[in-house]
Design a protein around this ligand. Structure first.
Ligand code: UDP
Ligand code: MG
Length: 343
C-alpha cells in the first residue's frame, strides 16, 4: 500500500498533546479548555491535541467528535474497542506529528499548565522531561503504598533506571518518540520504555491533583496487571527465582536430615507425619508458583510471536488533516509486517 500523501504544510507542528480517554465524558470540556490554553500560551497555533477514544461506553466518543468537528487542532482517534491505557496511548503516539510531544491523562490529575516549565527545560537541551510526583492528592492510602512499593521493587530488579513516582506524564522530543514508536512489543510499559531509550532525561517535580471528574480506571486488578507487565518486560530476575528457592529449600532439607539423624541416634521416635505433610505442601506450592512465573513469560512470548497489530482504528476525525488521516495505515507494525512479507 502506498503511503498516504502528507500535506507538507501540516507537517511542521511544534507540539502534539496525546491523551488517551476511556470513560471521561464529564471532564472532556474542562480538559479541552485547559489544554488549549496551555498550548496557545506556549506555541501559539502550532499544536494538535490527539484524543484517543479507547472504546468508551459513555458519551466520550461523541463529545470528542464534536470537538474535532469544531476545532481544527483536535484529532480524534476512535479505536475499534477498549485496548487499555498503554495501547491507547501508543496509538496516539503513532499518529501524532508534533516536534515535541506531551503525554497527558484525560482526568487532569497532571496539570497541563506545567507545559511551560517542561518546554523551558527542553530548551536547555533535554530530550525527555518527565513529571515526578512529590505529592498525590485524593488517592487512597493503599494506592500510594502499593505504588511506592512497586516502584522500589521494580528498581531493584531492573537494570534500566526507571525513576520512582513517575507516570506517563512527560514531554518528549521527536527523536525520542521515533525510537519509542519503533519498539514493537505488545506488553507496553511506556514510562519504562522511555527510560530504556536513555538520551538526556530530567525530572520535573510536581504535585499530582485529584481527578477532575469520574473515578479511576485502574482498580487493583489492572494495577497488578501493569505491574506484572512492567516486571516481565524489563527483567528476567523472576525466572532465577526458581534456582534461588531451590537452594534455600535444599539447605533446609539438609538441616532437617541432620536433625532427623541426631534424633535417631538419641533414640527418639519421630512423629513424622505432620512435618512431612507440611514439607510436601510447601514444596508443592513453591513448584506451582515457579511454574506460574515460567508460564507468565512463555505466554508473553507466545502472544508476541503472533505479531498481531497492537490496535485497530475505527476512524479518525479531524477537520484539519482529514486528507492525511483518512487513509492512514492502521499501525506502523502492520506496515512493517507487510514489508517483511513482501520482501
Ligand atoms: N484509560 C484508557 N483506557 C483504559 C483505562 C484508562 O485510555 O482502559 C485512560 C483514562 O481515560 C485516563 C488514563 O488512561 O486518561 C489514566 O487512567 P486513570 O486516570 O483511570 O488511572 P489512574 O490515574 O487512576 O492511575
Ligand atoms: Mg488518573
Amino acid at each position: 500500500m502506498a503511503k498516504p500523501k502528507r500535506n507538507e504544510a501540516l507537517e511542521s507542528i511544534a507540539l502534539s498533546v496525546v491523551i488517551p480517554c476511556y470513560n471521561e465524558v464529564d471532564g472532556i470540556g474542562e480538559l479541552y479548555r485547559r489544554v488549549t490554553a496551555a498550548c496557545e500560551k506556549q506555541v501559539n497555533q502550532s499544536y494538535e491535541i490527539v484524543l484517543v477514544v479507547d472504546g468508551a461506553t459513555d458519551g466520550t466518543r461523541q463529545a470528542i467528535f464534536d470537538l474535532a468537528s469544531h476545532d481544527a487542532h483536535i484529532v480524534a482517534v476512535d479505536l475499534a474497542r477498549n485496548y487499555g491505557h498503554q495501547i491507547a496511548l501508543s496509538a496516539g503516539l503513532d499518529i501524532c506529528r508534533g516536534e515535541r510531544i506531551l503525554i497527558l491523562d484525560a482526568d487532569l490529575q497532571d496539570p497541563p499548565e506545567l507545559l511551560g516549565e517542561m518546554m523551558a527545560k527542553m530548551d536547555d537541551g533535554y530530550d525527555v522531561v518527565y513529571g515526578q510526583r512529590m505529592k498525590r492528592e485524593g488517592e487512597s492510602l493503599f494506592k500510594l503504598a502499593s505504588a511506592a512499593m512497586f516502584y522500589r521493587l521494580l528498581r531493584k530488579m531492573v537494570d534500566v533506571d526507571i525513576a520512582p513516582d513517575t507516570g506517563d506524564f512527560r514531554l518528549m522530543n521527536r527523536r525520542t518518540l521515533d525510537h519509542l514508536n519503533a519498539m514493537p512489543e505488545r506488553y507496553r510499559f511506556i514510562r519504562g520504555m522511555v527510560s530504556w531509550i536513555g538520551l538526556r532525561q530530567v525530572a520535573l517535580p510536581y504535585e499530582r491533583q485529584r481527578r477532575f471528574a469520574g473515578t479511576t480506571h485502574y482498580p487493583l486488578r489492572k494495577m497488578l496487571m501493569l505491574a506484572v507487565d512492567a516486571m516481565t518486560s524489563f527483567s528476567i530476575v523472576p525466572l532465577r527465582f526458581a534456582s534461588h528457592l531451590g537452594m534455600i529449600f535444599g539447605l533446609l532439607g539438609l538441616f532437617a536430615l541432620g536433625y532427623t539423624f541426631y534424633s535417631w541416634v538419641d533414640g527418639n521416635v519421630l512423629p513424622g507425619w505432620t512435618s512431612l505433610a507440611a514439607i510436601v505442601l510447601i514444596l508443592g506450592s513453591v513448584q506451582l508458583l515457579v511454574l506460574g512465573i515460567f508460564g507468565e513469560y512463555l505466554g508473553r512470548m507466545y502472544m508476541e510471536t503472533k505479531r498481531r497489530p497492537l490496535y485497530l482504528v475505527n476512524e479518525v476525525v479531524s477537520s484539519d488533516s482529514i486528507a492525511f488521516y483518512r487513509n492512514s495505515p492502521v499501525h506502523r507494525l502492520q506496515e512493517r509486517v507487510k514489508e517483511a512479507v513482501n520482501a
